[in-house]
Design a protein around this ligand. Structure first.
Ligand code: NCD
Length: 422
């Protein structure tokens, strides 16, 4: 029979776990695990309890499935289960997170229900305007069985009375189990996270990052490409519009840079170009980056056209006036420059007023327009993020029941035939 030390060592290796992750998986302290891992001759050696030995004996022989909580430990720091930046991911962890999102699809599509987060409460703190991010975070948490408390705007929060981010963070931590924060200042969500051990998710920090949007964008690209028989490696992706202030593209260029040989076309007026450090980082990661100032130069033969809104609220008057009027993406532009299989995306909201310099509503019946598939994908992706950060992703498959109510097969009258709920 194998001794305790070799059994534990081999199991840990087979599962690809660090000592910390293994201890967390077994539900024991790191100190206890260390004492079980010592040679039997050592004075500090302890025999592991029978229940732990049983758990270790029952762990699968292959590398799959990974231990509960292990993915979280690979993209967060111990005791800091936050999602603040896409820089926390490598290609493996991002792919695994998207697999968890796939597993959430039956729930997101209203076929199944789960209660794995029953009793848990989310604080959704939005100090900047939001519709889809706030509602989809809330809906994702509810679809896992949890409940949501929302606050919107500074006006109705104690920050208007001068309360600091640190105090707000500590106070709210006493009430809930996870916190989503959107705030107009770059770096403010990281500051919020420094003052709590609860999971904090960045819902957009000024011109900084919007990591969950980039994750759902990546998920959308992957699903659209699966249908079209394409791979992300080697893809040509155009990002268009206000690349200087748009936090969604700041996160997306970083996240896509985890893949191989991406051809980035960055299409922006001179004053609104992508920050140079992000361009340099993409180039340093081996990608081709072309920066141009007109749609005609940037959109030919792209696999993905990712349009963005002018971030008026982050600009002064003159900068706004300097924005050229020919950044409107409509049927004519798509017809003359793009391919039949170009995927058209936008984080939304788009400016829907007639003649607006944004993604036009005349494309709404075009099946290439993926914007509502993209917003729908916010649910499984945000469910996956919560499930992983709260350590319940492995419980979901065991906890599924059929949804008893009737849901429509299609959500919107303009949805493409392949955009079905069923
Ligand atoms: C974006 C944001 O808030 O950064 N919206 C969103 O979350 N989908 C994009 C924008 O406001 O332009």
């Amino acid at each position: 029979m194998k001794d305790q030390q070799s059994t534990l060592r081999e199991t840990m290796k087979r599962q690809g776990l660090t000592r910390d992750a293994f201890a967390e998986h077994l539900g024991v302290s790191r100190r206890a695990l260390d004492s079980w891992l010592l040679p039997a001759t050592s004075g500090e050696f302890r025999r592991m309890p029978g229940v732990v030995a049983k758990l270790v004996g029952g762990m699968p022989a292959g590398t799959e499935p990974r231990a509960a909580g292990e993915l979280r430990l690979r993209f967060t720091r111990k005791g800091k289960p936050h999602l603040l930046s896409v820089d926390q991911f490598d290609r493996d962890t991002v792919e695994e997170l998207l697999q968890v999102a796939e597993a959430m699809e039956p729930i997101a599509r209203r076929r199944k229900v789960t209660r794995v987060l029953e009793g848990a409460v989310l604080a959704n703190l939005f100090f900047e305007p939001s519709t889809r991010t706030r509602v989809s975070f809330g809906a994702a948490f509810c679809r896992l069985g949890g409940s949501v408390c929302d606050t919107t705007g500074f006006t109705f929060s104690s920050m208007v009375k001068g309360e600091s981010i640190a105090d707000t963070s500590r106070v709210v931590s006493g009430y809930v189990d996870a916190i989503v924060v959107r705030h107009p200042d770059k770096g403010s969500v990281a500051e919020f996270a420094r003052h709590t051990h609860l999971p904090v998710i960045n819902g957009g920090d000024g011109t900084g990052e919007h990591p969950t949007q980039a994750l759902l964008d990546l998920y959308t690209i992957r699903r659209e490409f699966e249908r079209l028989g394409k791979t992300i490696d080697g893809a040509t992706v155009a990002m268009v519009g206000d690349l200087r202030h748009g936090r969604t593209v700041h996160s997306l260029i970083r996240l896509l840079s985890l893949f191989k040989r991406i051809n980035f076309r960055l299409v922006a007026p001179r004053s609104l170009e992508m920050p140079p450090e992000l361009v340099e980082a993409a180039k340093a990661a081996g990608h081709k980056v072309v920066q141009v100032a007109t749609l005609a130069e940037g959109l030919r033969d792209v696999d993905v056209l990712y349009a963005t809104r002018i971030q008026k609220e982050r600009m002064s008057g003159e900068a706004l006036e300097a924005y050229p009027a020919d950044f409107r993406i409509d049927r004519r532009v798509l017809g003359s420059l793009c391919r039949p299989d170009t995927v058209v995306m936008h984080p939304l909201p788009r400016d829907g007023t007639p003649g607006a310099n944004d993604l036009s509503t005349d494309l709404d019946a075009d099946p290439r327009l993926a914007i509502f598939r993209q917003t729908d994908n916010g649910i499984p992706v945000r469910m996956a993020i919560f499930a992983v950060l709260l350590g319940v992703e492995h419980l979901v498959a065991r906890d599924l029941r059929d949804a008893p109510w009737i849901a429509p097969a299609r959500l919107g009258p303009g949805d493409a035939p392949f955009h079905r709920l069923a």
